[in-house]
Write a protein that binds this ligand. Structure first.
Ligand code: PBG
Length: 436
């Protein structure tokens, strides 16, 4: 944005341009009279407008500024004739100002959703009013005690990411640079996992506790919740799996509805089923509405592929499927048209936002959904892609920051409105820095 103090400079440049372009410098002087402080100096010459004109007519024009020298090409540059081009696209890229004027896609921290891994730490104690009363200390001191005592566990496969017990200030740091949306993923202790994933709808589970704590602190924070059984399933699957390995669609949907309602009860703003069961959007929407959660938004993982790019995420949550893969319910990476069918289903069942996952290298799928639906499109820049960029960056094989920003821009330009990305904080910092 142009600062007020830039105004004089811009006016000066504009006028200089006029002076160079106009044949007569005295004519230019007339322009200056109309628009600039130099009016004063012209006046000092003691000439009126009519006198200036008369001077020019009499051939007394002041000398034009010298023509700037032609830039010299490197020695040895071949002398060639011009190509007969009817269009030269380089014209629009000639200067930073022109490039800025024709910049098509914007990238802003408001486009980011920050995925956070949380684990049992002392979430139990946080915001427990009994705890304050018992200690007889002020809330802020109490928070300090509770939050400072917890440790983050680095995730080996995702450099720069941690499982957060309660990472004091991380959400605040993100908000400081304009990222006000997060999605939470819980690392559930093995003893609480079962093949039917019932802990997923326990109102006193880690997720509802964490969410209430965050909402208590930041009421306007937007919290997305991933609805799927995998983090609560002893089998590591997104639904219930029969002993012969077959996923039980209806039974899974039944559990997912309970999970979504439990999350809505704990103040989730957006529920986002990532399981890919058939009919789960309609069923979950109906369950939410029946329980009075009509305002809760619905992001559906519409085109979620059975991808090998989820590996680091599964390591972070220790949620690798124990048998079989997810290929019987997540989409086949070879399938393109099928995503249109998924889109139609999700739209008809009441989804508010459609998601493509992974993002890179599935840019064509983002564009496909963008062109086939008027709904907002989200994309998940998944753990595998994040880790690839990070690891190469650490090894100095690429310029991490530039690659990060470019990859995010490409997701936007493919048609994504919002991006779930582990780079949210880092990228938002870059954007804020660029603005200053
Ligand atoms: C769970 C879920 C997964 C991811 C998001 N939600 C893993 C999976 O489907 O196996 C992956 C995200 C990532 O890799 O960053 N349903």
């Amino acid at each position: 944005m142009m600062a007020i103090s830039d105004f004089d400079e811009i006016t000066r440049q504009l006028l200089t341009f006029v002076v160079f372009r106009w044949k007569s410098p005295l004519d230019s002087a007339l322009i200056l009279v109309a628009g600039d402080k130099s009016y004063e100096s012209i006046k000092k010459l003691g000439l009126s407008d009519a006198e200036c004109e008369a001077a020019v007519v009499a051939g007394n024009a002041a000398e034009a500024p010298p023509v700037p020298p032609k830039p010299v090409a490197p020695v040895g540059t071949p002398v060639v004739s011009s190509l007969p081009l009817s269009r030269r696209l380089l014209r629009n890229r000639r200067s930073p100002a022109l490039k800025a004027a024709f910049h098509e896609t914007s990238l802003s921290p408001v486009n980011f959703i920050y995925p956070l891994f949380i684990c049992e730490g002392q979430w139990n104690f946080a915001y427990s009013s009994n705890f304050h009363l018992f200690l007889g200390v002020s809330l802020s001191l109490c928070e300090l005690l509770v939050f400072k005592g917890e440790e983050d566990t680095p995730i080996g496969a995702m450099p720069g990411c941690c499982r957060l017990g309660w990472r004091d200030g991380l959400v605040e740091q993100a908000r400081d640079v304009g990222v006000n949306s997060i999605v939470l993923f819980p690392k559930v202790p093995d003893v609480l996992k079962s093949s039917t994933g019932d802990e997923a709808y326990n109102d006193n589970d880690l997720m509802p506790r964490a969410k209430r704590l965050l909402k208590g602190r930041y009421p306007d924070l937007v919290i997305y919740i991933d609805v799927a059984l995998d983090s609560h399933s002893s089998d590591g699957h997104d639904g219930i799996v029969r002993e012969d390995g077959v996923i039980m669609n209806e039974e899974a949907v039944h559990q997912l509805c309970k999970q979504a309602v439990s999350q809505a009860r704990a103040d989730a703003d957006v529920v986002s089923p990532s399981d890919m069961m058939d009919g789960r959007v309609g069923a979950t929407r109906a369950a939410l509405d029946a329980e009075g959660f009509k305002p809760v938004s619905f992001l559906s993982y519409t085109a979620k592929y059975a991808s090998s790019f989820y590996g680091p995420f599964r390591e972070a949550l220790e949620s690798n499927p124990h048998f079989g893969g997810k290929k019987t319910y997540q989409m086949n990476p070879a399938n393109y048209r099928e995503a249109v069918v998924e889109t139609r289903e999700d739209e008809a069942e009441g989804a508010d936002i459609l998601l493509v996952k992974p993002g890179l290298p599935y840019l064509d799928m983002i564009r496909l959904l963008r062109d086939n639906s008027p709904l907002p499109i989200a994309v998940y820049q998944v753990s595998g892609k994040y880790s690839m960029i990070k690891a190469r960056g650490v090894l100095k094989m690429i310029e991490e920051e530039r690659v990060m920003m470019e990859s995010l821009m490409c997701l936007r330009s493919a048609g994504a409105d919002i991006i779930l990305t582990y780079f949210a904080l880092q990228a938002a910092r870059v954007l804020c820095h660029e603005k200053r």
